[in-house]
Structure formats: C-alpha cells, structure tokens
Design a protein around this ligand. Structure first.
Ligand code: NAI
Length: 256
C-alpha cells in the first residue's frame, strides 16, 4: 500500500483506532479523523512512531462542511487520497416510547448523514486526484437484525447497508467501489457504555461482556477491535478489487 492514503473516522479509539493502526501497518499513510482532537492526535503519534505517515484531523462527521475540509486537509497533508473508512458512530440505548427528536437527530446525524457526507467528500477527492477509490462504511450486525433498546441505532445501520448498496451501483463508472463491514459485539468503549446503560435500565448487571454471554456467539467469544480491522484491511486493499456493494459480517457467527 506504499503511497496510498486512507482516512478513518472515529479513529481516536475502539474499532477506528484498530483500523488506523492496521492500515498503517499495511503501508497506508493514514489520516486519523475524530471529533476528539486529543485522542486523534494520540493515535496519529502512535502511527508516526512506527515510521508511517499520519495526520490527526478534527471533524464532526455530521457537519458536511467540516467533513469536506477534513478530507481536503488529509489529501494535502498526505499527498493523495485513496480510501475512506466511514467508521464513526454513536449508539445511545432507548426504549421506543422514550425516543426523543434529539436522539434521532444525533444518531441519524452521525451514523447516516455522516456516511453520506463522507462519501461525497471522498468522491470529490478521488476526482481531484484523477482516479477511483474505495469507500468503506460501518454498519453492524444490528443493521441485519433489530437489536433490543437500540431501535434508532439499528435502523441507522440498516440505512448504511442501503447506502452502501446504492452508492456501489452509482459510483462504479468512476472506478469507485463501496463496501461495508458489520461487526458483532466488539470490546470497545461503545460496547461498555451500551452494557452499562442496558444494565442500569434493567436495575441489575446483565453481564453482556461476560463469558456467559459469549456463549450466545457461535465462536464463543466477543470480538477484539483487531478482528474487525483485519476485514477492513482486506476491503481497503487490492484483494477486494472485484467486490462492491457488500457489507461483510464479522460477528463470530451471530447472524446467519
Ligand atoms: P466507540 O464509541 O468506542 O468509538 C467511536 C469513535 O467515534 C470515538 O473516538 C468518537 O469520538 C468518534 N465519534 C463519535 N461521534 C463522532 C462524530 N460526530 N464525528 C467524528 N467522530 C465521532 O465506538 P466503536 O465501538 O469503536 O464503534 C465504531 C463503529 O463500529 C461505529 O460505527 C459503531 O456503530 C460500529 N459498531 C460497533 C460495535 C461494537 O460492538 N463496538 C458493533 C457493531 C458496529
């Protein structure tokens, strides 16, 4: 991947961080994009210490102008633009009766609009570079089956799969492929927070992170962020050149 440039959103922690580190290991120069300036800088420094090029970019993906500016900054700083990973996401838990306009705006703003703005900004950058590229979008196993207390989140992840399929058809003539990934239950701050919120609502610890819960997963364990990053590395590299419109499940066998 020498001389290739990738931008990963939500790369300050969790799955995004693992993707950024993995793509750097595979040879990409990486733009570490996150809402959180401090964590983005930390991950960019981590990459720079390995001898790869990296830049930290602060962005709220739900803001179209900011997203275009972030991609342009990455392109200028790293000297090209080849891959975008629209990974940033939010997942507040709510019962259906308690969904508020604010929750819908927030979740759809980041998870759905953020993917649309990211795809648009990437298309502009690919065109400016005079070549195609790869767009990779984060969906979820919750984008395949409704997850309890996560109606807004689950529906936003169904939407991402729809966007991925449609964009794949719309963008093929530009040499752009569009694929996605659907993690299962990954040990990240997001999952810890869901576990905390759902347990709090139930008035008792539900132990979603325990070995007992992992028995519900075919492979018998929760996912590490690196399990997801390996799949994204495949989607970002040349071995997936003949794939488009797919959203790969990496969930240890939860949905099939
Ligand atoms: P996380 O909450 O641990 O990390 C998300 C990162 O995104 C944070 O660094 C945060 O600052 C950043 N972020 C949030 N809002 C942002 C915004 N508006 N603009 C820019 N950055 C923003 O989440 P995690 O677990 O790493 O998830 C990453 C992606 O994978 C998300 O799209 C999530 O929905 C998806 N996913 C996660 C699963 C899990 O079990 N952890 C399962 C299935 C999908």
């Amino acid at each position: 991947m020498k001389n290739k440039v990738a931008l990963v959103t939500g790369a300050g922690q969790g799955i995004g961080r693992a993707i950024a580190l993995r793509l750097a290991k595979d040879g990409f120069a990486v733009a570490v994009a996150d809402f959180n300036q401090e964590t983005a800088r930390k991950v960019a420094d981590e990459i720079a210490h390995t001898g790869r090029k990296a830049v930290a970019v602060t962005v709220d993906v739900s803001n179209r102008e900011q997203f275009f500016a972030a991609v342009e900054k990455a392109r200028t700083a790293l000297g090209g633009f080849d891959v975008i990973v629209n990974n940033a996401g939010v997942a507040p838990t709510t019962l259906i009766e308690e969904i508020t306009p604010e929750i819908v705006d927030k979740v759809y703003g980041v998870n759905v609009k953020g993917v649309i703005w990211g795809m648009q900004a990437a298309i502009k950058a690919f065109k400016a570079e005079g070549h195609g590229g790869k767009i990779i979008n984060a969906s979820s196993q919750a984008g395949h089956v409704g997850n309890p207390e996560l109606a807004v989140y689950s529906s936003s992840k169904f939407a991402v799969r729809g966007l991925t399929q449609t964009a794949a058809r719309d963008l093929a003539h530009l040499g752009i492929t569009v694929n996605g990934y659907c993690p299962g239950i990954v040990k990240t701050p997001m999952w810890e927070e869901i576990d905390r919120q759902v347990s709090e609502a139930a008035g008792k610890p539900l132990g979603y992170g325990t070995a007992e819960f992992a028995k519900n997963i075919t492979l018998g364990r929760l996912s590490e962020p690196e399990d997801v990053a390996a799949c994204v590395a495949f989607l970002a590299g040349p071995d997936s050149d003949y794939m488009t419109g797919q959203s790969l499940l990496i969930d240890g066998g939860m949905v099939f």
